[in-house]
Design a protein around this ligand. Structure first.
Ligand code: GFB
Length: 311
């Protein structure tokens, strides 16, 4: 197989992250992409995954397939988040190693770090304290995934790298109010309130938690950069280095959408981690920085929402 045209399997290519990876790799014109919908390849089925790798022999794997969701979905479906993520990543990482994949990228999440980690959170904070209870199931699965990459590298010399993205958003996000993350939820809530002429929008929790948001096209660009230039064991945080409170985010989204009313807080809903701002020193030293400002990214996502989701 020619090394100049690698066969690249984007696992989870229809999702928020996977579709951004496809856009980035397509723009670069590097390699041929192997894409399979869930109906074509069930990543929880080890036999099907092995057969796929045996037949297609990818050179690179971008492992963006995962069960993901916002704070409430994580809290309400702990078994699904733990099981699906463990099974998918175990099947894919193990098959990638056994079928001779040259490099694999594993995507974790900033929720792997302790709930009260020192801010900004350095990679060394991993496993130094208790996790946030609402998403501990997802976090435990992701920790197992990055440890699996480390273990396969140590024992088998398998070139698997792990990155930990901060909260992501962008075109292709999930806008279902029960299962989504906060940013798409706010875009939808403010948009629907504006269209309905409502004077209030309800926000979960106290509005005090702080979150860092990275546009998914910036994440894909960081993945592209690291796939070209990084071949080592330590995990890499991927963020923009700045955070906002949920109240500030609501004000910003409301202004972009053009909602004139007020915001009320539903304190019966969980706040989750008080703050999770990633330290991105390691990534910066590898020569990468984000390009998309939060306000521009929200406008872009709102445009996508209006053209693709809302009626
Ligand atoms: O984005 P989010 O669901 O997840 O919530 P996490 C972030 C914050 O926004 C929480 C508040 O404090 C929520 O209470 N929030 C306010 C809302 N209004 C809303 C709303 O309408 N919908 C949602 N979803 N939140 C997730 C983890 O944590 O972060 C995942 O559960 C993953 O495992 C992801 O790691 C990146 O940032 O709290």
């Amino acid at each position: 197989m020619s090394s100049s045209t690698p066969r690249i399997f984007v696992a989870g290519h229809a999702g928020l992250v996977g579709s951004a990876l496809v856009r980035r790799w397509t723009a670069a014109g590097i390699g041929s992409l192997l894409l399979r919908r869930r109906s074509e390849l069930d990543l929880t089925d080890k036999g099907a995954v092995d057969a796929f790798f045996g037949r297609e022999r990818p050179d690179h794997v971008l492992l963006a397939a995962a069960k993901v969701g916002g704070i409430l979905a994580n809290d309400q479906f702990p078994a699904d988040f733990l099981r699906d993520n463990l099974v998918i990543q175990t099947n894919v990482i193990d098959a990638a190693y056994r079928f001779g994949v040259r490099k694999l990228l594993f995507l974790g999440s900033s929720c792997i770090y302790p709930k009260f980690a020192e801010q900004p959170i350095r990679e060394e904070a991993l496993l130094t304290g208790a996790l946030e209870p609402t998403n501990q199931w997802y976090a435990i699965a992701k920790i197992a995934g990055l440890k699996m990459c480390e273990a396969y590298r140590r024992q088998h010399g398998f070139n698997a790298i792990s990155i930990m993205p901060t909260n992501l958003y962008g075109p292709g996000d999930n806008f279902d109010l029960k299962t989504s993350h906060v940013l798409p939820a706010l875009i939808r809530k403010f948009h629907e309130a504006k269209v309905a002429g409502a004077d209030q929008v309800e926000i979960w929790g106290t509005g005090a938690p702080r979150r860092e948001f990275l546009h998914v096209d910036d994440l894909a660009d960081a993945c592209f950069h690291l796939m070209q230039s990084y071949d080592d064991e330590p995990l890499i945080n991927v963020g923009c280095g700045e955070d906002v409170s949920i109240s500030e985010l609501a004000t910003l989204v409301g202004r972009i959408v053009g909602f004139q009313g007020s915001v009320v807080f539903d304190r019966s809903k969980p706040d989750g981690t008080p703050r999770k701002l990633l330290d991105v020193t390691r990534l910066s030293s590898l020569g990468w920085k984000p390009r998309i400002r939060l306000e521009d990214g929200i406008r872009d996502t709102y445009d996508w929402y209006r053209s693709s989701v809302s009626q």
